[in-house]
Design a protein around this ligand. Structure first.
Ligand code: SF4
Length: 260
């Protein structure tokens, strides 16, 4: 039986070049196997089944403001200032009515407060003028707001709108590199890699688990490996203990007790 003729533009004297394009496999840069990553996040999920962010807010708008104020400040410090502020201004219009000077007074205990007060007023104005007073639900729109970067947008998308995002803060950046879970030179690089290496079904809570792990256990100055539930899995050259801490659910978070 003769083989079927293939359509070809090549002449009989020119051998037909067959170019096979292999789909590039997305590289997952992590020293942990899939099974190890699964186990790591399973343990975090047992420790903190419902992890929460620690910034106080009552609606998407107050969350945007709180996250924007939290740059280079502790959550406890931001909460102290915003408790009184949000009582009088929990919508963009009310914030505009309050005015920059009064906003400045409310937040003067927070670092960079002058600039942050300016941004709070400017983002409130944009929300009123461009978005009808409603916080938008896409990253592209959120980052248009003054003082709102990719990290803030990711926190808002996750906490206010239930989207699985990875807001890379100082703790996540440190852990991803220290334990080589998703090493990267910039927060964006770490974000991209974590989105690939964290098991999909754990992705929604993963950023809170990592933040809390960094804030309370894998701390910047000294990692408390003796209290760490993933000490046996961890491949950090800095780790000081191989025995994992007992895997139990932790008591509810007490905000402000962390040593940053
Ligand atoms: S073992 Fe130590 S270095 Fe590794 S994740 Fe735990 S606290 Fe961090």
């Amino acid at each position: 039986m003769s083989s079927p003729k293939l359509k070809s533009s090549a002449t009989s004297s020119q051998p037909e070049k067959i170019i096979v394009r292999r789909k590039k496999k997305a590289t997952v840069r992590s020293v942990y196997s899939e099974a190890e990553r699964e186990e790591m996040f399973r343990r975090f999920s047992v420790q903190r089944p419902e992890p929460k962010g620690e910034l106080e807010h009552s609606n998407p708008f107050t969350l945007v403001v709180a996250v924007a104020l939290s740059a280079q400040a502790t959550d406890a410090g931001v909460n102290k200032a915003t408790r009184a502020l949000f009582k009088v201004a929990d919508t963009p219009q009310k914030m505009l009515d309050l005015g920059e000077e009064k906003v400045r007074d409310y937040i003067k205990t927070i670092g960079l407060y002058r600039n942050k007060a300016k941004n709070v007023i400017a983002l409130s104005r944009m929300l009123v003028d461009v978005f009808g007073g409603v916080v938008p639900q896409t990253r592209d729109e959120l980052v248009m707001l003054p003082g709102v970067g990719r990290k803030t947008a990711n926190v808002v998308l996750s906490m206010a709108f239930g989207q699985a995002t990875m807001a890379v803060d100082t703790h996540i950046f440190r852990i991803a590199n220290r334990i080589k879970l998703a090493p990267g030179k910039t927060p964006d690089e770490v974000e991209e890699r974590l989105m690939k290496v964290v098991p999909k079904h754990y992705l929604y809570h993963a950023h809170h688990w990592l933040i809390l792990h960094g804030r309370y256990t894998c701390k910047a100055r000294r990692a408390e490996c003796e209290h760490c539930v993933i000490a046996d899995l961890c491949r950090s050259p800095e780790k000081s203990c191989d025995i994992p801490a007992p895997l139990v659910e932790l008591p509810p978070q007490v905000i402000g007790e962390a040593v940053e």
